[in-house]
Design a protein around this ligand. Structure first.
Ligand code: PLP
Length: 378
């Protein structure tokens, strides 16, 4: 994340609770007892900070990490002791094998050209370089097609290569009743039969939280570690990790019939008090969280009380209806954008997206701080 050149501390404040990250990892490792529990730390650990989050998971006991790109893998390698095992979910980029070898990164090999390059690197270095083989059981994204299993087997048998792990990825795990979950599980089981004795991994957060049969030898949770809702329509048992606050700039009384914000999309139906708060879409507070006469927007919280956003979200600010507060907020008072009263998924539902996008969009003009629960650690 590019830090702003000047940070006076007057803007928003994003707090990541490292204690909550650890508790979430431990809770999931209990759910998947018997399997190894990895930690997915792609996209700057879902926006929470890849270095700090990886260290928190390692302290909690995690030893297997999943990054998306080699750059992320290098960041994890630099953050952690030698005993960390790092998989790269995007696989192998052409020409990148020497970099992976140097940094001890394990690609999740997903195609014949990737496998050719990796086996060449094994031959050239006289080592059985560890890697996962990723099979596509129906998501039609990364992974070998199932009719390539025999080619893959022939290629690796030729040099006696054994993968570290075989894996696949569920397309519909957040919807447990979806029948694709059963077909993918059956297809993955048939692939496993072709690789006896090799550890297998199928589950993301939702897959591991909904069905023990998905666990196999390794689970790969991401969103649940960060407090997001993994399974649609269920109570989310995870501890919230991210608190985001932004300051009130000023308050203003607006009369019945007046409108607020760009486009004049929301007309006040009563005399109201509006707080102008210093966060906007440039900070990852989506424009689709806006409110208008015919579409309710999202809420934020002030002193623990929910207050609706009024009118359009601007680049740098939002209007918040604070009429119902017994005392108007003071300039500089912090508004809870995300935290104990407003979840990542509350915003996601209004914006018609998912918590993943809310979290990974928080790249704004914030002061970041990390806590272990109670006291800031800098
Ligand atoms: C992102 C990802 C995960 C983690 O998914 P969550 O839904 O965040 O738990 C696991 N496996 C693969 C292949 C992924 O791309």
């Amino acid at each position: 994340m590019a830090a702003p050149a000047i940070a006076t501390g007057y803007g928003g404040r994003l707090t990541v609770d490292l204690g909550a990250l650890k508790r979430n990892w431990i809770a999931l490792s209990k759910v998947s007892r018997g399997a190894l529990t990895g930690a997915v730390v792609k996209a700057d650990a879902y926006g929470t900070g890849i270095t700090q989050a990886s260290r928190a998971f390692h302290e909690a006991g995690a030893r297997f990490f999943f990054a998306a790109t080699p750059d992320e893998g290098i960041a994890v390698r630099a953050a952690l002791p030698e005993d960390a095992h790092i998989f790269i979910l995007s696989g192998l980029y052409p020409g990148s094998a020497p970099l992976y070898v140097g940094e001890r990164l394990m690609p999740c090999i997903a195609s014949i050209p990737m496998l050719e390059e990796w086996l060449q690197a094994c031959i050239a270095s006289n080592q059985a370089l560890p890697a996962a083989l990723h099979f596509d059981t129906g998501i039609n994204r990364l992974g070998f097609r199932l009719n390539e299993v025999s080619i893959v087997k022939r290629m690796i048998d030729q040099i006696g290569y054994q993968p570290q792990m075989i894996m696949s990825h569920l397309a519909c795990a957040d919807t447990p009743a979806h029948e694709k979950n059963r077909t993918q599980l059956a297809l993955f089981t048939s692939v496993m039969a072709q690789f006896p004795g090799i550890p297998a991994s199928l589950s993301n957060s939702a897959g591991l939280m909904t069905n023990r049969e998905n666990h196999f030898q390794m689970v790969r949770p991401g969103i649940a570690l960060y407090g997001g809702r993994a399974v649609a329509g269920r109570r989310n048992p995870m501890a919230p990790v991210v608190t985001l606050e932004a300051p009130v700039l000023m308050t203003k009384d607006v009369k019945t019939g007046e409108t607020v914000g760009y486009g004049a999309l929301q007309t006040m139906s009563q005399d109201s008090r509006i707080a102008v708060v210093a966060i906007g879409y440039a900070d990852g507070f989506f424009r689709s969280l806006s409110s208008s006469n015919n579409h309710r927007g999202t809420n934020v919280a002030i002193r623990g009380q929910l207050c609706p956003v009024v009118g359009r979200v601007s680049m740098d600010m939002i209007g918040v209806d604070v009429t119902d507060l017994s005392e108007p907020p003071r300039p500089g008072e912090m508004v809870e954008i995300l935290g104990p009263h407003v979840s990542v998924d509350d915003h996601a539902d209004v914006a018609n997206t998912i918590g993943y996008e809310v979290l990974t969009s928080l790249k704004g003009r914030y002061t970041r701080q990390y806590t272990e629960g109670a006291s800031p650690t800098g």
